[in-house]
Design a protein around this ligand. Structure first.
Ligand SMILES: Nc1ncnc2c1ncn2[C@@H]1O[C@H](COP(=O)(O)OP(=O)(O)OP(=O)(O)O)[C@@H](O)[C@H]1O
Ligand SMILES: [Mg+2]
Length: 245
């Protein structure tokens, strides 16, 4: 969790060069190119089915492009995977206590028992989960599980954290708690790259917006500019709250 050890320098710029991902004859990601240069919070925004999750998995190296190339600081996604954290929409918890879920991450890092205790406690505090330390993780609410997932990712001091719809299905209070945690994580210097279909969330969190629709990247601009007036007509309709197809 030490903020000063986070270093995005080695992983940025991240370059996506003419990437497509096909399933059958359908291009789920269609000739997408972009660069991420700095540690601003980047939000991939788009309607359901736009290809946001597929793009995030391509970026992390969980899927391989059908065409094009992705590099993080010049290296492949696979070679740099360990320096990134990934938080899924529905996090997978070990069938153990909340504290044990956190401790497991530290064990896999070979961190000794004495140091683990302090780090577990700090992580629980960070995520606002101290009072739930001994609960079975799988009995946590969706919002609590999501905070635990972020805390677990944070422990590995990732240079970049990818989050796929981290607040889908959460109520406003739980959403706010998760968003605050994401902002704090980003403030340590970690690059945040997240997806959402929630325009209000993108307004709250994005410093840079990538608007994705039908697998195509239609806009990639600073959030202030994007929300002041999208250039793409579908993006304009989408942020005006209209259905787009
Ligand atoms: N392995 C696959 N084979 C075929 N089609 C797929 C595959 N994975 C995803 N798709 C399709 O690709 C499209 C994009 O899916 P994706 O999950 O990336 O969308 P999304 O933008 O994340 O949507 P949501 O907001 O609902 O999460 C969808 O139409 C989906 O059904
Ligand atoms: Mg998705």
């Amino acid at each position: 969790m030490a903020a000063d050890t986070t270093d995005t320098n080695g992983l940025l710029p991240m370059v996506v060069d003419a990437v497509s991902y096909r399933a059958g004859d359908q291009a789920l990601i269609d000739h997408v190119s972009f660069r991420l240069e700095d540690s601003r919070r980047t939000v991939i925004l788009g309607p359901n089915g736009a290809g946001k999750s597929v793009l995030l998995r391509l970026c992390h190296g969980l899927l391989a492009p059908s065409a094009g190339a992705i590099t993080w600081g010049g290296s492949t996604p696979a070679a740099t995977m360990k320096r990134r954290g990934l938080v899924f929409q529905r996090p997978v918890m070990l069938r153990r206590s909340v504290a044990a879920n956190i401790e497991h991450v530290l064990k896999t890092q070979g961190i000794g028992r004495d140091r683990r205790r302090g780090l577990v406690s700090a992580a629980l505090d960070q995520a606002g989960l101290k009072s739930l330390a001994h609960r079975q993780a799988r009995t946590l609410s969706g919002g609590e599980q999501q905070r635990l997932a972020i805390a677990r990712a944070w422990l590995l001091e990732p240079a970049v954290v990818l989050l796929d719809e981290p607040t889908a299905n959460l109520d406003p209070g739980a959403t706010r708690a998760v968003e605050e945690l994401i902002i704090r994580l980003g403030a340590t210097g970690a690059k945040i790259l997240m997806t959402t279909h929630d325009i209000a969330q993108a307004r709250r969190l994005a410093e840079e917006v990538m608007f994705l629709h039908h697998g195509r990247l239609l806009e990639h601009r600073p959030a202030v500019e994007f929300f002041a007036g999208p250039r793409d007509p579908d993006a304009a309709d989408f942020i005006a709250g209209q259905l787009i197809n």
